[in-house]
Design a protein around this ligand. Structure first.
Ligand SMILES: [Zn+2]
Length: 240
């Protein structure tokens, strides 16, 4: 029980840092300096106004100085990061792999939030996530092989879809996420994850023509990673 509380708190703090990454990296600003300030009035945010979730509630979601609304994204990302840290703990336990796994899924969360906002993702986070994904288990050669197979598959898929639609389809970012899927899940489960991502995206793509696809790919990747045995059982039932 103590472990879970500790991991959640660590996740909250890391989520707070992810918010800085999500805000600053697309603007090509440093994630280290300067200290956080209100984008509206420039007021420096004091340490006690920067406590994950607690401060958002205490400040009633407004800047303490000018009263402008703080986006709900901030406590949401903090909460999701904490959940991520706990879920991966239940799946994997604490070891070296855990560190790479939480780092990877945190980067994927940041990429998803950025893709939602800009419909594009920065290569810096994208390429870092790809690199981290190779280290999520100690079978590095196998992970690289699977990553390159899936990155290759996504590249060809993009080629074919773009040819069929007569316009550039899918982003380069999707290819990297495909590779990450391969490294974390292996080839067979990657295809399951791709299928799941399409299922989740379907209702949204009916409503909105241009949807960011990375949030769906990474959600499907997380679901498939956490429930791999169940999903493999279903695949085996279908294909006997
Ligand atoms: Zn302000």
């Amino acid at each position: 029980m103590f472990e879970i509380v500790f991991i959640s708190l660590f996740g909250l703090v890391f989520g707070s840092f992810l918010n800085v990454v999500i805000y600053r990296v697309p603007l090509e600003q440093s994630v280290v300096t300067p200290r956080s300030s209100c984008p509206n009035c420039g007021n420096l945010i004091k340490w006690y106004q920067n406590i994950p979730i607690v401060s958002y509630i205490a400040l009633k979601g407004k800047c303490a100085n000018c009263g402008i609304k703080i986006p709900i994204q901030y406590p949401l990302v903090e909460f999701m990061t904490a959940m991520l840290f706990v879920a991966i703990y239940f799946k994997n336990g604490i070891d070296l792999n855990y560190i790479f796994l939480v780092l990877l899924f945190s980067l994927l969360l940041a990429l998803s939030m950025i893709d939602l906002k800009y419909l594009a993702v920065p290569d810096s986070i994208n390429l870092l996530a790809f690199l981290v994904s190779i280290f999520v288990t100690q079978n590095y050669l196998e992970n690289i092989t699977n990553a390159l197979i899936m990155a290759g598959f996504f590249t060809m898929l993009r080629f074919y879809v773009s040819f069929a639609l007569k316009k550039e389809a899918m982003g380069e970012g999707d290819i990297t996420i495909g590779g990450i899927m391969g490294a974390v899940l292996g080839v067979e489960l990657s295809f399951a994850a791709l299928f799941i991502s399409a299922l989740i995206a379907l209702p949204f793509s009916v409503i909105n023509k241009q949807i960011p696809y990375i949030p769906f790919l990474t959600s499907a990747l997380l679901i498939t990673y956490l429930f791999d045995e169940t999903i493999l059982n279903i695949i085996n039932k279908i294909y006997g």
